[in-house]
Design a protein around this ligand. Structure first.
Ligand code: CP
Ligand code: NVA
Length: 303
C-alpha cells in the first residue's frame, strides 16, 4: 500500500525518531559529493492552494538536492475539485510524478487526494495539521538539548490550530509534556486530543494562563492568531487573543536556557514580542532551515 504523510500518526513513534535521525545525517552531509540522490530521475508535484515561502522553497531545494525535479503548481491553475474531481487529478498525477506535496484548506481534501493516489502524498499544511513544520521544530529542539525528547516540556501559547494539532500528536508519539494555553473559543479539536490520549504516551496539560504554561518549560512556541483562510477574523481574534502573546516575561518564567520557536511568518507585537523572536533564546532561523532537512528525510523514507 502506498504510504502517505498526512499527519504525524502516519510515521508512528519509531518512524518519527528515524526521520529526525536521518534529517540530522542529511544536514551533516549536505553539499558533499556522496550525498544520496534517491530522487534521481524522479519528479515531485508541489501543489499549493495557499501562500507559502518556506514550504515551497525548502521542498524545491530539497528535491533538487536529492537529485529529483520539482514541479510547482498553484491551486488557481489546477482548480482541484472544481475543474475536475480530486480523485481524477490524483489518478492522473500518479501517472506522471513519483510523489505529491500538497498544501490545501480542508484536511478532507488531502485525505481524498491520498485515497486515490498511487504515489506518496505529503502534507505541506492543511487547516488541521502541519506535520513537516513540527518535525523541523523537533529537530531544532534536539539540536539544542540532545536527542532524548521524553523529558521535554513544551509550552504552546495561542491558537489551537493546525500547528497545535501537530504538536499534540508529536507529544503523544515522542512522549513529552505539552502545555497548551489557548483562549476559550480557540481550543484544539477534541478528536485530535482524543487520538493523542489514546496512544497513552506524552502528557497534555491545558491551562488558561500562558504564564503557567511557560513555567519551567524548555520550549515556548506560538503561531499567528489568524491562520491562512481566517484573515477576515483578524480583528475579532486580536481581541480574543489579548494576553496570549509571548513576551520576555514568558521566557523569564521558562526553564534556564529555554528556547523560543515560531513556524513563521510572524507578527511582532501580536503573538510574539520583537524582543523575544529577535532575542537570544529565539531559534526560529534554525527552525526554518530544518524544514529542508526533515523533508529530505521524508523523501528518503516515503519515495
Ligand atoms: N512555516 C511555513 O510553513 O511557512 P510558509 O507558509 O511560508 O511555507
Ligand atoms: N497556522 C498557520 C501556519 C502557517 C505556516 C496557518 O495555517 O496559516
Amino acid at each position: 500500500m502506498t504510504q502517505h504523510l498526512l499527519t504525524l500518526m502516519d510515521l508512528g513513534a519509531h518512524g518519527l525518531i528515524d526521520v529526525l535521525d536521518r534529517a540530522d545525517e542529511l544536514k551533516r552531509i549536505r553539499g558533499r559529493s556522496d550525498h544520496p540522490r534517491p530522487l534521481a530521475n524522479k519528479s515531485v508535484a508541489i501543489i499549493l492552494e495557499k501562500a507559502s515561502a518556506r514550504t515551497r522553497i525548502s521542498f524545491e531545494v530539497g528535491i533538487q538536492e536529492l537529485g529529483g525535479q520539482a514541479i510547482v503548481i498553484s491551486g488557481n491553475e489546477l482548480q482541484l475539485g472544481k475543474r475536475e474531481p480530486l480523485q481524477d487529478a490524483a489518478r492522473v498525477l500518479s501517472r506522471y510524478v513519483h510523489a505529491v506535496v500538497y498544501r490545501t484548506f480542508g484536511h478532507d481534501r488531502i485525505e481524498k487526494l491520498a485515497a486515490f493516489s498511487s504515489v506518496p502524498v505529503i502534507n505541506a499544511l492543511t487547516d488541521k495539521f502541519h506535520p513537516c513544520q513540527v518535525l523541523a521544530d523537533l529537530m531544532t529542539i534536539r539540536e539544542h538539548r540532545g536527542k532524548d525528547l521524553t523529558d521535554l516540556v513544551v509550552a504552546w501559547i495561542g491558537d489551537g490550530n493546525n500547528m497545535a494539532h501537530s504538536w499534540i500528536l508529536a507529544s503523544a508519539l515522542a512522549g513529552f509534556e505539552l502545555r497548551l494555553a489557548c483562549p476559550p473559543n480557540y481550543q484544539p479539536s477534541g478528536d485530535v486530543v482524543e487520538t493523542a490520549r489514546s496512544l497513552g504516551a506524552g502528557q497534555l496539560v491545558f491551562t488558561s494562563d500562558p504564564l503557567n504554561a511557560a513555567h519551567e518549560a524548555h520550549v515556548v512556541t506560538t503561531d499567528v492568531w489568524a491562520s491562512m483562510g481566517r484573515e477576515d477574523e483578524s480583528a475579532i481574534r486580536r481581541q480574543a487573543f489579548a494576553g496570549f502573546g509571548v513576551t520576555a516575561e514568558h521566557m523569564r518564567r521558562a526553564a534556564e536556557g529555554a528556547i523560543f520557536l515560531h513556524c513563521l511568518p510572524a507578527h511582532r507585537g501580536e503573538e510574539v514580542d520583537a524582543e523575544v523572536i529577535d532575542g537570544p533564546s529565539s531559534r526560529v532561523w534554525d527552525e526554518a532551515e530544518n524544514r529542508l532537512h526533515v523533508q529530505k528525510a521524508l523523501f528518503d523514507r516515503f519515495v
